[in-house]
Unconditional design. Structure first.
Ligand code: COA
Ligand code: AMP
Length: 630
């Protein structure tokens, strides 16, 4: 069947399409129907089925006689170690850890925060939670204690599972001060912390609260899989919104299993047993869907890579991993390729490895710029597929359905809508615009299985953030267009979210941090274009009257404040002191114009601007940092 036929088949009978896809999942009780629309515009999928995620990701492969197949390959150039874990090993390890959690009172519906770097134990912790029907929330290691505390207070975990440290090039990041600090800051106190000790920085255990990963498992009964309802939350993953309080995206169990399993063949074109590698981090949605759950549910081998595209030890690391482990489909963010290209523009490292195993490269997480795509295509000689999705959806909204039919690649487009998504471009009034015209990208409700049914403890915010601008649609927050062949183009965010090295960050959240500096009266944060990371945050600071300390000191304090409050991942290093910010007459800061000036782009002077002369002051200030870059 062609893509067009599959898509049309879904559109004609979505219920039948998803019930058929659900056949590939082991249910403890089969769902009687796919979609539940009783509470529209809130929808649920497979709500009356009973199912367990861990059974589908681990145990069923062992039961089917594939226990000897590799489930996880841990490849850590940063520590110089490797480990291979079969499905049978994984089952033993996960059942034992789940037993330890159960013995300490963790059960169905309890929340557990996981704060771990790229080690296989992070996946084991996720799977142990899902084995018990507990709801995990993984927090990325690059976030500071304050961000962890915000998440603790929002999801109120019974336990935290942490590693003693993460390792970045040139430095070991002890996690103990981070989770200790977060627990101290948070109002909610988790009952216990399970600590996976790593030799690079051993954590001191707090008596009565902390328990060692292995000691906790001593003498406990391995736990069985607990069936849960199809609409039971599998996990909560926080992502940046327009304010400093992150949104807890809820992932429903049944739809998650069905949709991810469907994507592995139809989008990533792998068969069970093939090695699939997503070079991301378990702290992001790509890590949830395509380092942990997707490949394991589908019976693939997944790679847990602890390293960077460059510097661990060189720009050939990716090619080594691909050839050494026989990777068939590879997924990463464009920024990783830009980093490699910068270090090894001629691709000399690539020539050292046989990459015959690799069938295609998949890029997502940020806009894939044409230069990077062309460079990657030339270097690898295989198709490079851009695909577009979000934490909220958990899987591809628009991509190249290579397992159904490899569509011709149009550089600059992530290709076409996947079955399940009726993607439309709307004008401000919510009317569809003609092909080729720009507008807000929206998806006609219901969203497909696996996508967010709501936000954790924040249904109103869910409705306001996603459902209210265009009634009957999900608002993606991206703007773009569809061409005459149905190809989608993603142009920009419509909100204050920026994308730094494939990481989604909130400029509003950063402004809240800057505003907390005692000398800052007013501020704005924008995303400026960056050759490597796509965007970088830049802060504009207006000082409180009477402050006459050196500006450089205040800027440095703001940079440190951001690192302490949000974390190194914010990559906030650029800030400027200015007298005034450009505003409309009604007082709205003209951030869009500031972005245009920083990036050296043309713009139309808004009729509503209060005082155009401020733009010259902004230009002068930017010039001191070398912006716009030529
Ligand atoms: N724990 C602690 N700190 C972390 C971290 C983690 N898990 N991940 C990143 N950081 C730190 C980095 O060390 C860096 O600190 P520094 O300011 O002291 O240098 C800072 O956060 C910013 O990190 P990053 O934006 O990743 O920049 P980088 O210069 O270290 O690396 C790339 C640049 C392009 C190599 C890197 O961003 C990369 O590999 N990107 C791949 C993108 C990706 O996987 N995206 C996920 C979505 S698909
Ligand atoms: P996240 O939720 O962190 O995955 O970020 C999702 C956002 O990243 C999207 O809403 C887009 O703004 C951006 N994004 C992700 N993938 C792409 C892509 N392939 N092309 C353009 N932007 C993308």
């Amino acid at each position: 069947m062609s893509y067009a036929e599959v898509y049309a088949g879904w559109k004609a009978d979505p219920e039948g399409f998803w019930m058929e896809a659900a056949e590939a999942i082991d249910w403890d009780r089969k769902p009687s129907k796919a979609l539940n629309e009783e509470n529209a515009p809130l929808y649920e999928w497979f709500a009356d089925g009973m199912v367990n995620t861990c059974w589908n990701a681990v145990d069923r492969h062992v039961a089917a006689g594939n226990g000897d197949r590799l489930a996880i390959i841990y490849d850590s150039p940063i520590t110089g170690t490797q480990e291979k874990i079969t499905y049978a090993d994984l089952q033993t390890r996960v059942a034992s850890l789940a037993g330890a959690l159960a013995a300490k009172g963790v059960g169905k519906g309890d929340r557990v925060i996981i704060y771990m770097p790229m080690v296989p134990q992070a996946l084991e912790a996720m799977l142990a939670c899902s084995r018990l029907g507990a709801i995990h929330s993984v927090v990325f290691g690059g976030f500071a204690a304050h961000e962890l505390a915000v998440r603790i207070d929002d999801c109120k975990p019974k336990a935290i599972i942490a590693a003693s440290c993460g390792i970045e090039p040139g430095r070991v990041i002890a996690y103990q001060p981070l989770y200790d600090g977060a627990i101290e800051l948070a109002e909610h106190k988790p009952e216990f912390v399970v600590v996976f000790q790593r030799e690079q920085a051993v954590a001191e255990l707090t008596e009565g609260r902390d328990v060692d990963w292995y000691a906790a498992q001593d003498g406990v009964e391995p736990a069985d899989c607990v069936p849960v309802e199809g609409n039971h939350p599998a996990y909560v993953l926080y992502t940046s919104g327009t304010t400093g309080s992150p949104k807890g995206v809820v992932r429903p169990t049944g739809g998650h299993l069905v949709a991810l399993n469907w994507t592995m063949k139809n989008i990533y074109n792998v068969d069970p047993g093939d090695v699939f590698w997503a070079a991301s981090d378990v702290g992001w949605v790509v890590g949830h869907s395509y380092i942990c759950y997707g490949p394991l549910i589908h019976g693939n081998t997944t790679i847990v890579f602890e390293g960077k595209p460059v510097g661990t030890p060189d720009a050939g690391t990716f090619w080594r991993v691909i050839s050494e482990h026989n990777v068939r489909s590879f997924f990463t963010a464009p920024t990783a390729f830009r980093a490699i290209k910068r270090e090894d523009p001629k691709g000399e490292f690539r020539a050292k490895y046989d990459l015959g195993c690799l069938r295609a490269l998949y890029l997502a997480g940020e806009r894939a710029d044409p230069d990077t795509i062309v460079w990657a295509q030339d270097l690898l000689g295989i198709p490079v597929y851009d695909h577009w999705w979000q934490t909220e959806t958990g899987w591809t909204i628009a991509g190249n359905p290579a397992g159904i039919e490899a569509m011709p690649v149009k550089i600059g487009s992530p290709t076409v809508a996947m079955p399940g998504y009726d993607v439309q471009i709307l004008d401000e009034g919510g009317n569809q615009v003609p092909n080729g015209e720009l507008g807000a990208i929206a998806v006609k409700l219901p969203l497909p299985p696996g996508t967010l049914p709501t936000l954790w403890n924040a249904e109103d915010r869910f409705r306001k953030s996603y459902l209210s601008t265009f009634p009957g649609y999900y608002e993606t927050g991206d703007a773009g267009m569809i061409d005459e062949d149905g190809y989608l183009y993603i142009m920009a965010r419509t909100d204050d979210v920026i994308n730094v090295a494939g990481h989604r960050l909130s400029t509003g959240g950063m402004e809240e941090v800057l505003a907390s500096h005692p000398d800052v009266a007013e501020c704005a944060v924008i995303g400026v274009a960056d050759e490597l990371k796509g965007q970088l945050p830049m802060g504009f600071l207006c000082l409180t009257k009477g402050v006459n300390r050196p500006h450089a000191d205040i800027v440095n304090e703001c940079v440190k404040l951001m690192r302490d409050q949000i974390g190194p991942v914010a990559a906030f290093k650029l800030a400027l002191v200015v007298d005034r910010l450009p505003k409309t007459r009604s007082g709205k800061i003209l951030r869009g114009i500031m972005v245009k000036i920083s990036d050296g782009q043309e713009f139309k002077m808004p009729a509503t601007i209060d005082d155009p002369a401020i733009l010259d002051e902004i230009r002068e200030a930017l010039a001191t940092l070398g912006y716009p870059k030529s």
